[in-house]
Design a protein around this ligand. Structure first.
Ligand code: AMP
Length: 488
């Protein structure tokens, strides 16, 4: 099917042709005609599938007729992070170049007064992060009663970041007679319940099973000693003649250490994480996009959903403890049908998380090698360890899954409440401060990252000391302690 069969205007088609697109992606094929009909959409799609254009293109045509009134935006797009919001704004520039729509970005880290001036003039498309938007709405500077179209994007990420209460408040301020487009990379129960409340008779469109990694990404896992990870990474960069890559770490402090180490060894590297100020984040990303910075050492929180055209490589310096993060990390490469490669560096104790990931994605990740370094391959029992240990921990000590029974420094790279079963059993979402978008997302993101500042151990798997005592006949890995971090 070609773009011309989707019902888009001549102007939109011209903009698409200028962008160099020949064929709509599956999500575009399914969603665009439905959105143009005025129907609600419930979309399961990851970033990298062409999801943004699937809602921006028809919105541009829907909003082409009519004028915005002061302080009453005609459409609203909610994004979990400032980077994603800025990326959607870019899409409107690209796809809306033959239209005269006013588009405004409302994100934390920018002065409220400047944003108020924009809103006062009247905007057709408002793209915002929830916290900052709610600040404006509650100050009376922004009226959501005129919304024709409401987009809630990356809903599962909103849940991760504790934004859902804000989203619910915002939806209450929107008129009941509106068109709602709701997208999520995954569809856990909590998200589906929200969708049921926000959407009216939606058309469901789904382009990839919730947790399947992009088909085009060539994946490998390489087992190395903890102390060998940095040399291994450098060797791999040379071995594969990598021109540019994202390098993901689980812990924020490792991002700085690794970046400095790479720079010391002559690599052109920068860092990106939620503790950085917004201008610093924007500048780092821009520098990477321009090609001035070649390697970006980053956290999940900062890099999720970021679209860098033609990124050839992603390295996972640590194995993510939440399997779904793996899918998002590798999804930075191999986007929009291009070939990409993802190499994970794992230690033996991390094998359990590799096992979890393989169960989630339904396939084994091939083992790779790194020239000149000794690799240690775990046996199958190590990969199976995670599931076994979780079950037996439950039996031993059910309190271990409660927040108060967890170690103070949680090893997870994102909040626990995410997609782990029923809301009623999940820990209460952490309260967010108002004005939390200023410095906002950064604070929420930083909090999420703070949790990951500890060695890679089980998910709150508190194992009583007596169980760790080595007994005759115990295997090595069952009593193994998490690796100590070495200073570089
Ligand atoms: P998204 O999933 O919206 O983040 O889009 C991922 C990437 O795909 C972006 O770089 C888009 O520019 C690109 N893209 C979107 N639609 C198409 C298309 N029909 N053909 C080729 N590339 C596309």
């Amino acid at each position: 099917m070609g773009f011309s069969e989707l019902g888009l205007s001549e102007e939109a088609l011209r903009a698409v042709a200028d962008a160099g697109y020949h064929q709509p992606t599956p999500i575009q094929e399914q969603a665009i005609p439905v959105v143009l009909q005025g129907r609600d959409v419930l979309g399961t799609a990851q970033t990298g599938t062409g999801k943004t254009a699937s809602f921006t293109l028809p919105m541009i045509d829907i909003l082409a007729a009519g004028r915005a009134k002061a302080r009453m935006p005609r459409s609203l797009i909610l994004e979990p992070t400032r980077e994603l919001a800025a990326q959607v704004q870019e899409s409107f520039k690209v796809y809306g170049k033959y239209h005269k729509l006013t588009v405004a970005l409302l994100i934390g880290g920018v002065r409220m007064e400047e944003q108020e001036r924009l809103i006062d003039r009247g905007v057709d498309v408002l793209i915002a992060t929830p916290g900052r938007l709610l600040d404006h709405a509650q100050h009376g500077g922004l009226l959501l009663g005129g919304l024709k179209v409401l987009v809630i994007d990356e809903a599962d990420r909103m849940l991760d970041m504790g934004f859902i209460p804000d989203v619910e408040k915002l939806v209450k301020l929107a008129p009941p007679l509106r068109q709602t487009l709701f997208f999520s990379a995954t569809m856990p129960k909590e998200i589906r319940r929200l969708a049921d409340r926000f959407l009216h008779n939606p058309k469901e469109v789904s382009v990839a099973p919730p947790a399947s990694p992009a088909e085009t990404v060539d994946q490998q896992v390489i087992y190395v000693d903890a102390g060998n990870k940095r040399p291994a990474l450098r060797a791999l960069l040379k071995q594969h003649e990598v021109s540019s890559a994202f390098i993901f770490c689980n812990r924020k402090r490792d991002i700085g250490v690794l970046t400095r180490s790479l720079v010391r060894h002559g690599w052109n590297a920068g860092e990106l994480h939620g503790d950085m100020s917004q201008p610093a984040r924007t500048e780092t990303l821009e520098s990477f996009r321009r090609g001035d910075t070649k390697f970006l050492v980053c956290s999940d929180v900062a890099a999720r959903g970021i679209d860098i055209q033609g990124l050839p490589f992603v390295f996972l310096f640590d194995v993510p403890t939440h399997s779904e993060d793996y899918v998002h990390r590798i999804g930075r490469t191999g986007r929009a049908g291009m070939v990409g490669r993802a190499i994970t560096l794992a230690t033996k104790p991390e094998a359990r998380y590799v096992g979890d990931i393989e169960r989630l994605i339904g396939r084994e990740i091939p083992l790779g090698t790194v020239a000149g370094l000794s690799e240690e391959e775990p046996d199958e029992s190590e990969k199976a360890g995670s599931r076994r240990r979780k079950t037996s921990d439950k039996n031993r000590n059910s309190a271990a899954t409660r927040p108060e029974a967890r170690p103070k420094e949680e090893p997870t790279s994102r909040p626990k409440e995410e997609s782990e079963g029923d809301v009623a059993q999940a820990p209460k979402p952490r309260r967010r401060r108002r004005s939390s978008d200023s410095p906002g997302n950064a604070r929420a993101e930083s909090k999420a990252e703070q949790k990951s500042d500890s060695p890679v151990v089980g998910l709150g798997d508190h194992v009583p000391a007596f169980l760790l005592t080595r007994m005759p006949g115990d295997t090595e890995q069952e009593t193994e302690k998490p690796p100590r971090r070495r200073k570089s």
